[in-house]
Design a binder for this molecule. Structure first.
Ligand SMILES: Nc1ncnc2c1ncn2[C@@H]1O[C@H](COP(=O)(O)OP(=O)(O)O)[C@@H](O)[C@H]1O
Ligand SMILES: [Mg+2]
Length: 229
C-alpha cells in the first residue's frame, strides 16, 4: 500500500536521507529504529508530505503522492502523529477531538467512540483540559485524533519517548489494539516495544536504511537489534 523508492531528502544543501527504499503492506505494523539524528523523523515528514524529496518516488495505494500537500495526503488516509506531542492545552480533551473531526466531517460521538475503543479511560478525561493530561495520556489523545476520519496508514513518531515504564504499557496496549486494523509505521527507540509488536523492522543509520528484519525471532532479540544501532 506504501512504496518508497530511491528517496533522497535534503535540508538546504545538506542531504540527510540517502536512497531510501521501503514497502508497507496492508495491515502491517512496521517499525523504524535508529539513533538520534539518523533521519527517522525526516523520513516520516517526507511520507506525510511536509518535505519534498530531491529524487525518488513515493506511491500510496498505487498513486504518486510526491508534491501533494500534507493536508491532502492526510485526507487520502495517511495520518501522522508528530514527535513533539503537542495538544491544544487550553481546550478540553473533547474539544481537541472536535478540532480533528470537523475537517473530515466525522460526528464527534463517532470520533469519541473510536478513541474509547483503544483507550476506555479517555471517557473520564473528556471534559478535562488537555494540558492537564500526563505525557502518556497526551500521546494517546494524539493517536486518538489520528484515528478520526479513515486512517489507512498511521505514522507515529516515538510514541514512548520520555514516558515511565508503567505508561509505556498503556501505549503498548493501544498499539496492539490497532494492530492489523490498518497499516502502521512507527519510529521507536525502545527495542523492547519494537520486539513485542513489530511485523518488520527497518534500522536507520546516518540517513540510510542499513538493515531490514522480518523474522519474528530475530526481531524479538534485543541484542540482535542493538548490533545495528
Ligand atoms: N529543520 C532542520 N534543518 C536542518 N537540519 C535538520 C532539520 N531537522 C533535522 N535536521 C538534521 O537532519 C538529520 C536527521 O534528523 P531527524 O530526521 O530529526 O533524525 P531522527 O528523527 O532520526 O533523530 C540530523 O542530522 C538533523 O540534525
Ligand atoms: Mg526524530
Amino acid at each position: 500500500m506504501l512504496s518508497v523508492a530511491n528517496i533522497d531528502v535534503s535540508y538546504g544543501h545538506a542531504k540527510v536521507l540517502h536512497n531510501i527504499e521501503m514497502q508497507i503492506s496492508k495491515g502491517e505494523m512496521v517499525f523504524i529504529t535508529g539513533r538520534n539524528g539518523a533521519g527517522k523523523t525526516t523520513l516520516l515528514k517526507t511520507i506525510a508530505g511536509f518535505m519534498k524529496p530531491d529524487s525518488g518516488t513515493i506511491e500510496f495505494e498505487g498513486k504518486n503522492i510526491i508534491g501533494i500537500p500534507p493536508e491532502r495526503v492526510a485526507l487520502l488516509g495517511v495520518r501522522y502523529v508528530f514527535q513533539d506531542k503537542r495538544v491544544f492545552s487550553n481546550l478540553t480533551v473533547r474539544e481537541n477531538l472536535e478540532v480533528a473531526a470537523y475537517p473530515v466531517k466525522e460526528k464527534i460521538t463517532d470520533a469519541i467512540e473510536k478513541v474509547i475503543s483503544i483507550y476506555p479511560k479517555i471517557e473520564k478525561f473528556l471534559n478535562m483540559r488537555a494540558g492537564s493530561l500526563s505525557g502518556g495520556q497526551r500521546q494517546i489523545l494524539l493517536i486518538g485524533r489520528a484515528l478520526i476520519g479513515k486512517p489507512k496508514l498511521l505514522l507515529i513518531d516515538e510514541p514512548t519517548e520520555g514516558l515511565a515504564a508503567g505508561t509505556i504499557n498503556d501505549i503498548l496496549n493501544v498499539l496492539s489494539k490497532m494492530k492489523g486494523t490498518f497499516s502502521l509505521l512507527i519510529v521507536e527507540q525502545n527495542l523492547s516495544v519494537v520486539g513485542m509488536l513489530a511485523d518488520r523492522v527497518y534500522m536507520m543509520k546516518e540517513g540510510k536504511i542499513i538493515k531490514e528484519m522480518a523474522d519474528k525471532k530475530e526481531i524479538n532479540n534485543k541484542e540482535n537489534l542493538e548490533k545495528y544501532l
